[in-house]
Structure formats: C-alpha cells, structure tokens
Design a protein around this ligand. Structure first.
Ligand code: FPP
Length: 255
C-alpha cells in the first residue's frame, strides 16, 4: 500500500474495537481477545512511529468499560501493566513520549504508579506522542473543563469575554495537542462512543470491518491512503482552499 509521505495525518486517533468478537470467532474467552488486542497496540505504535506520525491517541479504556465484569477489568489492568513493563524500553529507544487522558485515579494503584513512571521517564521524548485514553469519557472531560473555567472566572483570572475556542481547548486534557486529522474505528461499528467529541470537529472519519486484534500495518496504511484522497475543506469551498493554498494559507482564517 503506497502512501504520500508529504501529506501524512499529524494526529491519528483510534477506537480499538472488536476484541470480544474476535475472541468469539476464535472460540476463546474475551480476555484472550484483549491479549491479542494488546499485541495489535504494539504493532500499530511501532508502525506509526516508522511512518512518521507525530501523535497517536488510543482509546484503551472508557469510563463505561470500567463497569464490565470484575475479571475482565482485572485482566485489562494486567495487560496494561504488562504493556508498560515490556514496552517502556522500546518507547525510550524510539523516542516516544507517553501521555494519558482520562481519570487515571480510577485505575488500580499499580497501574497508576507504572503509568506515572512511564510518563515521567519519557517526558523528554519528542519523535512521537502516544496518548492512552484510560478511564476516559469526553463529556466528563468537557464538564471538568467547564468547572475549571468557571473557577478561573470566579477568581478573576479570566473574563467571560476572553473565552474562545482556543482558550476552551486549553482547558481540556488534550491541551497542547493538535486535533486529530484522522479517526479510525475498527470492527464495523459507526459510532464515536464519547471519544474526543470537541477535538473531532473537523477530523476525517474512517471505519473498517477489521476487528482490532487483526489490525495490522497494512490496515493502517490503507486508512492513511484513504485519508489522503479526501479534500479537507473545514467548512469552506474547494475554490477558497485553492486560493488559500496559492497565498500560503494567509487569506483564510480557518477558525
Ligand atoms: C474493545 O473491544 C476494546 C476494549 C474495551 C479495550 C481495548 C484494550 C486493548 C486493545 C488491550 C489493552 C490495551 C493496551 C494499551 C495494552 P470490545 O471488548 O468492546 O470488543 P467487542 O465489542 O467485540 O465485544
């Protein structure tokens, strides 16, 4: 699969779905499906780094996922712990910085500790930023941002009239990151499932029937090639964009 190296998405976000169905297809338990899903995470992180993607954000655990049967949640925690232990050296070697979004206080203490360690020890890496969304829900993220904003207004740090899209974005946990250019969801489901609702405003969406444990580098390349065929208009017309490009982007304020 050929892709254009000059037009790569800067930020790819992925809803990794289908571990349970993959397990069912193979007549094995759900937990083994997640295990295979964790292997796919390794492959995709390495592939994105190889290709030159700057930001990769993976929806690893939603707030709702924490309500799954105890055994499954425990297994997901162990897999995460295992991933962090086994991959930390690789992340360092590859210059990958680990970040998280979500309420990591809701995770078990060992995982939380491992995450904090991994985030601290990779903090100076800048070849790629890998963000894991853990115990994450976008509506919760937005509500937290509103609360912080209200507090800052109350304490006279900002004025109501100062609020704009950029400022609001800076109150979200993704502050400092560009919005995703491409969102991939696996397993044939066509939903956003409370993931990055604010940040996905102009993101190109790509859905594939491939179940997450089967998702390989070639599937990633296919998604990127598909993205590269799209014309991103940000609500404008093709003609305006052409003019904009001829003026090196100076004529149009996309906000
Ligand atoms: C969705 O499949 C997947 C999850 C809820 C968890 C994602 C976790 C991993 C990929 C493995 C661990 C992660 C890391 C970062 C090491 P599902 O169980 O909802 O599948 P189904 O819809 O087919 O039942």
């Amino acid at each position: 699969m050929k892709i254009n190296r000059d037009n790569l998405p800067q930020h790819i976000a992925i809803i990794m779905d289908g571990n349970g169905r993959w397990a069912k297809q193979h007549a094995i338990g759900r937990i083994r499906g997640h295990k295979k899903g964790a292997q796919a995470v390794r492959t995709v992180v390495r592939s994105c780094r190889e290709i030159g993607i700057k930001h990769l954000t993976l929806y690893a655990l939603s707030t709702e996922n924490l309500g799954r049967p105890k055994e499954e949640v425990k297994a997901l925690m162990s897999l995460l712990e295992e991933y962090l232990s086994n991959e930390l050296m690789e992340l360092q070697k590859q210059g990958i910085r680990l970040k998280t979004i979500g309420e990591i206080d809701h995770l078990n203490a060992t995982v939380k500790e491992k995450l904090l360690q991994a985030k601290t020890s990779t903090a100076n890496n800048d070849r790629m930023i890998l963000t894991l969304a853990l115990s994450y829900g976008s509506r919760d993220e937005i509500i937290l941002a509103v609360k912080k904003l209200m507090q800052d207004i109350k304490q006279d740090k900002i004025k109501i009239n100062d609020i704009n899209k950029d400022m609001f974005g800076s109150y979200l946990q993704t502050t400092g990151m560009p919005d995703p250019d491409l969102l991939i969801r696996t397993s044939g489901e066509y939903r956003i499932s409370n993931f990055l609702l604010w940040q996905l405003a102009y993101t190109e969406l790509y859905f594939t029937d491939v179940l997450w444990p089967d998702f390989k580098k070639d599937d990633l390349l296919k998604a990127i090639a598909n993205y590269q065929q799209r014309e991103r208009r940000f609500g404008l017309t093709s003609e305006q964009l052409e003019k904009d490009n001829n003026n090196n982007g100076r004529s149009i304020d996309r906000e």
